[in-house]
Design a binder for this molecule. Structure first.
Ligand SMILES: [Zn+2]
Length: 283
């Protein structure tokens, strides 16, 4: 599957050159590269759902609503009642497969003891199929949250977030401008404490972006502590502010490596949270 996904990535990146997103044009590339941009290409959301269904067993696969003729689903781990509820959200930008594949990868390895993990594997099915950041209406869904958006995907996710209480929120994205791995750590103060080791572990696969400004935000050792207005995140309902971490992997690296790095970051965040909360018990 990943081999096809890598070819999709090659097509998508070449398409960005074709669309004049960069200084170089498609014509500047040798013919062997240009052939990757030939024709039209689309991904199949139905095939993705098939991969999601394969996780039924460890997880319950639950339909959460329909947008543009596509059924949005979540995976909820069959964990004990006292398990800690966390959620993992991916695929809000349709041209960023990293989070989707990493979430599924992590789901396959997930052991349902400490956490009740809810995975939203693909929030933007029409963007996924078209390999575009925006949905079929041309909307960047990650700027539409909590501002009375009419986009169906946004309303479905807002309903999800307001009806549940997660102690942690993890997002998976990718970035075509960054040369390294980085993270948004917002929400609870704890977020930074969890994001640091996650980046450190994943830096064995992809180096950290150490620029002082990343994606327009001030950053320290690959960690940004601001967020874009309208971006998808947890809803605080009074008792405890959830941690909120978004892992960003750079497009420059092979998809396989990006997925591996991102899944390792997700795993490290949850390991660290467990360590921090058991420390807190003895304070
Ligand atoms: Zn993104």
């Amino acid at each position: 599957m990943l081999a096809t996904d890598e070819l999709d990535e090659a097509w998508r990146v070449m398409k960005m050159f074709e669309d004049d997103r960069f200084n170089f044009r498609l014509a500047d590339f040798p013919a062997e590269c240009r052939q990757h941009s030939a024709g039209e290409r689309a991904k199949s959301y139905r095939d993705l759902l098939r991969q999601v269904e394969e996780l039924a067993g460890t997880f319950a696969v639950v339909k959460i609503g329909s947008a543009h003729g596509h059924e949005l689903v979540k995976l909820v781990s069959r964990s004990p009642a006292e398990a800690i509820p966390v959620c993992l959200v991916a695929g809000i930008h349709g041209d960023e497969q990293d989070g989707i594949l990493a979430a599924l990868d992590f789901g396959r390895r997930f052991v349902q003891d400490t956490y009740r993990l809810t995975i939203y594997p693909c929030v933007n099915p029409t963007g996924y199929e078209r390999m575009t950041r925006e949905n079929v209406n041309g909307k960047d869904l990650n700027r539409e949250f909590f501002r009375a958006s009419g986009e169906e995907e946004v309303r479905i996710m807002e309903r999800e977030l307001s009806s549940q209480e997660f102690i942690g929120f993890i997002g998976g994205h990718s970035d075509y401008e960054s040369f390294g791995l980085y993270a948004y750590a917002t929400g609870a103060v704890l977020s930074e404490r969890l994001a640091k080791p996650a980046l450190f572990q994943a830096s064995g696969i992809i180096p950290i972006n150490t620029d002082p400004v990343i994606d327009g935000h001030p950053a320290t050792d690959g960690i940004i502590q601001e967020k874009f207005p309208g971006s998808l995140g947890p809803l605080t309902k009074g008792t405890m502010e959830p941690f909120e971490i978004t892992i960003e992997t750079p497009n420059l690296f092979a998809l396989r490596k990006r997925v591996e790095a991102q899944a390792l970051a997700f795993e490290t965040i949850l390991q660290e949270y467990r360590a921090v909360s058991s420390e807190a018990m003895y304070l």
